[in-house]
Design a protein around this ligand. Structure first.
Ligand SMILES: Cc1cc2nc3c(=O)[nH]c(=O)nc-3n(C[C@H](O)[C@H](O)[C@H](O)COP(=O)(O)O)c2cc1C
Length: 169
């Protein structure tokens, strides 16, 4: 596998912690983690494998740092030929109408830019939710619920990272 850059936005530390868990489940020596607050386009462009992670706030709004990163930096980066996987944190019990919407917002902003998206995840096993991140029968990436369903995180991260080991560059 080629090196992987994980880029996350996190307000209270949940998404940061998940980013570290994802790194530990991949080949840690190949993975660098970045808080999107401090990232430039050149930091992204050096990776052929990119993992993007953001929590959802408001009612279906991207985490504030990630929103700036997406529209001010990522939007202008050269993504051709890259593999991109997305994860999102949210709360399916309190926000069932906008659960982990962040992933869908990110995907829609970046699709058609020459990158291939990997790491879709089945909706089975999640509380009944509606989400901008569901396309057909699947989530566009890995949604994690640190607030109401945390006991599932370990297994979901392990299944997802096994998938990425096959599908990343
Ligand atoms: C005011 C507020 C609004 C939120 N809105 C949503 C939402 O619309 N959808 C969702 O899935 N989670 C929502 N959440 C839950 C957060 O996304 C969740 O706590 C997440 O783990 C925070 O991650 P972070 O600390 O990395 O930012 C909200 C939480 C708060 C406190």
């Amino acid at each position: 596998m080629k090196p992987i850059g994980i880029f996350y936005g996190s307000s209270t530390g949940n998404t940061k912690k998940i980013a570290e868990n994802i790194k530990a489940n991949l080949q840690p020596g190949l993975v660098d983690i970045y808080d999107v607050k401090y990232v430039k386009a050149s930091d992204i462009e050096r990776y052929d494998n990119i993992i993007l992670g953001s929590s959802t706030w408001g009612e279906g709004v991207l985490q504030a740092d990630f929103e700036r990163f997406l529209y001010d930096i990522l939007k202008f980066a050269d993504l051709k030929g890259k593999k991109i996987a997305i994860f999102g944190t949210g709360d399916s019990a309190i926000y069932p109408e906008s659960f982990a919407d962040s992933m869908g917002i990110i995907f829609e902003a970046l699709e058609g830019r020459g990158a291939t998206f990997v790491g879709e995840f089945p909706t089975q096993g999640y509380k009944s939710v509606s989400s901008l991140s569901i396309f057909g029968e699947k989530f566009i990436g890995l949604p994690l619920d640190d607030d109401s369903d945390e006991e599932q995180n370990k297994l979901r991260i392990s299944i997802w990272t096994d998938l990425l080991k096959i599908d990343l560059n």
